[in-house]
Every structure is written in structure tokens, then in C-alpha cells.
Design a protein around this ligand. Structure first.
Ligand SMILES: Cc1cc2nc3c(=O)[nH]c(=O)nc-3n(C[C@H](O)[C@H](O)[C@H](O)COP(=O)(O)OP(=O)(O)OC[C@H]3O[C@@H](n4cnc5c(N)ncnc54)[C@H](O)[C@@H]3O)c2cc1C
Length: 291
């Protein structure tokens, strides 16, 4: 990946990133809303090194929430706590995220806390717990099906009646703590999903592009007669759009994760590393068929 020229990544980026500015991102959200999908905005930038960058992240999110509100869009926000300073100062991270959650509440909106690598799992859950115990009910959490601890985490959060997003998990984790391989991760995904629906979760976001898992999830929704208000599917912008369209056609709630911002390069190289099939997009972009 380091050898793919930046201009090529930029062309691929157009599909996966809604632009560098909030205006561009809100335009993309408007199109998604018109197509029957809600959205969640992600201001790109994680693992920051200075407190001032974390303050800027907070301000960017507050501006994003104002923009969403003033345009009447169906869109919430997703935050990564490292971008709020989690690895620098947990107390100040909490203050910054709290400010975003309060701004969201003023607009009757919602903040989803993304989950990052395993050194962040415990402190991220702690921030979520603190916010919920302070009475902020417009905040939700992501859990990762590849982590062996996740079933226990679901149970430990029962008292909070959480809103969850369940994803497979994107970081490279050691075998001691993470399931490896397609089937073991799918198996734990199904188990976690069933546990979330059987437990106290108020809403569960099924975040996957894995067609088999989507089928399995639909089976679970049917067998447990899960009402529409209690679930949604989520996919990343630009990924498996046919599967997304099918779910919308069939009447399921679908939310699209919309990243935007100046760190488009870092985000796209992560997406490219994650999925070898995306090499096709790189090839197309290299030969001028990008988009
Ligand atoms: C809405 C959303 C939020 C997420 N939030 C988090 C988070 O907070 N923390 C975290 O660790 N991870 C997060 N992820 C990423 C997730 O953990 C997985 O790494 C990612 O979704 C790929 O897993 P999959 O379930 O789609 O299955 P896979 O088996 O990886 O993918 C299934 C198929 O989907 C297609 N596909 C998948 N990803 C891509 C891609 N990037 N480009 C092109 N095609 C692709 C391919 O055709 C692939 O064969 C999120 C994912 C989504 C959809």
C-alpha cells in the first residue's frame, strides 16, 4: 500500500469519502436521504498527538451537528475517541465528547462512539458508561465481533439499555484475544447479535457488507420478530451498494457511514489494506476509469 501513488488513492477516495469539507459531506447525506437511507457523519482524523487537535475535532463535530440540523437531514454522527484525545488524557476526552453529546441533544440528535483497537476497548466502554450514567441517552457504542470479550461486554452493559452497533472489527488483533478467520468471526457475530436482541439493547445496528451475515441477520430478525424501531443495517459509503439497495427496497432501515475531512488519505489507505478485492478499484483508477 505505501507504494500506491497518492493521486491514485485520491481517485479511489472519491467513492469512499464524501469530500474534504462539511458542505460536500452534507450534500452527499442529502442524496443518501433522497435514496431512502439515513447517514452517520465521521470527521476523518484519529490518533491525534496534541490537545489542540482534539479540541478542533470537538468543534468540527459541533459544527457538523449544526449543519445537519439546519438542513433538516436524517443523519447522526460517529466519533472515534482517539481523535478526542483518548490516548493523551481520558478526563479531557470525556469533557470533549460530553460537549458533542450535549450539542447533539440540543438538536435531538445522536452520537455513536466507534470502537478502535483493543487498547482502547476498556477506556472507550468506560466513557460510554459514564455518559449514560450522567443521563445522556443519545449516545451509543460499537462492539466488535472478532473480540472474544464482546459477549461478556454485552452482558456487562445490560443495566444501561444500550444502543449498539455490531461490526466484525477492523484492527489487527492477537489470537489470544480475537477470533481469526471468516467463519469463527461470523459465528461470534451471530452469537453477539442474538445476545443483543435477547438482552436489553434498545436498538442494534447491524454493520456489515458480508452478504451471508446479512442473510443470517435477516433470519434472526424474522425468528425473533424484531420490530423496525429496534434495528437498522449500516454500511460504509461506496461499499456493496447493490446489497444496500436491496435492503432499502425490502423496507429495512439502512444507515450509511459517511466519512469526510482532510484525512481522506489515511482513511482510504486503511480501506484499501482491509479488502484485497478493492485492488480492482485501484487498477481502474490507475488506468483512468476511476469512480
Ligand atoms: C457502518 C460501519 C461502521 C463500522 N464501524 C467500525 C468500528 O467502529 N470499529 C471497527 O473496528 N470497525 C468498524 N467497521 C468496519 C468493520 O469492522 C469491518 O472491518 C468491515 O465492515 C468489513 O467487514 P464486513 O462485515 O463488511 O465483512 P467482510 O467479509 O470484510 O466483507 C464482506 C464483503 O463486503 C465487501 N467489502 C467489505 N469491506 C469493503 C471495503 N472496504 N471496500 C470494498 N468492499 C468491501 C467485499 O465484497 C467483501 O467480500 C464498521 C463497518 C461499517 C459497515
Amino acid at each position: 500500500m505505501p507504494f500506491v501513488p497518492k493521486r491514485v488513492v485520491r481517485r479511489v477516495a472519491r467513492r469512499y469519502v464524501a469530500g474534504e469539507t462539511l458542505e460536500q459531506a452534507l450534500g452527499v447525506v442529502g442524496e443518501l436521504n433522497s435514496g431512502g437511507c439515513s447517514a452517520t457523519l465521521d470527521v476523518l482524523g484519529e490518533f491525534i498527538e496534541r490537545e489542540a487537535q482534539a479540541d478542533a475535532t470537538r468543534d468540527d463535530y459541533i459544527a457538523a451537528l449544526q449543519g445537519i440540523n439546519s438542513r433538516g437531514l436524517n443523519c447522526n454522527v460517529s466519533v472515534k475517541l482517539t481523535a478526542f484525545g483518548l490516548l493523551l488524557d481520558e478526563v479531557r476526552t470525556l469533557e470533549r465528547v460530553r460537549a458533542v453529546v450535549q450539542a447533539a441533544a440540543q438538536h435531538k440528535n445522536f452520537v455513536r462512539i466507534d470502537m478502535e483497537d483493543s487498547k482502547c476497548t476498556t477506556p472507550t466502554i468506560a466513557v460510554f458508561r459514564t455518559l449514560r450514567q450522567e443521563g445522556h441517552d443519545n449516545v451509543g457504542l460499537v462492539l466488535q465481533a472478532y473480540l472474544k470479550r464482546t459477549q461478556a461486554d454485552i452482558d456487562a452493559l445490560t443495566d444501561l439499555h444500550p444502543s449498539f452497533r455490531l461490526c466484525k472489527g477492523i484492527y489487527v488483533e492477537p489470537e489470544a484475544i480475537a477470533f481469526k478467520g471468516l467463519e469463527p468471526v461470523r459465528e461470534n457475530y451471530r452469537r453477539c447479535l442474538e445476545r443483543m436482541f435477547a438482552g436489553s439493547a434498545v436498538r442494534v445496528a447491524i454493520a456489515t457488507h458480508d452478504a451471508q451475515l446479512v442473510e443470517d441477520a435477516l433470519g434472526i430478525l424474522r425468528s425473533k420478530a424484531v420490530p423496525r424501531e429496534r434495528y437498522e443495517f449500516q454500511m460504509l459509503l461506496g461499499v456493496t451498494e447493490h446489497l444496500r439497495a436491496r435492503l432499502v427496497r425490502e423496507g429495512h432501515p439502512v444507515r450509511v457511514y459517511v466519512p469526510f475531512g482532510h484525512d481522506w488519505y489515511g482513511y482510504c489507505t486503511r480501506r484499501l489494506k482491509e479488502n484485497p478485492k478493492i485492488a480492482t478499484h485501484v487498477t481502474k483508477a490507475l488506468f483512468g476509469f476511476g469512480r
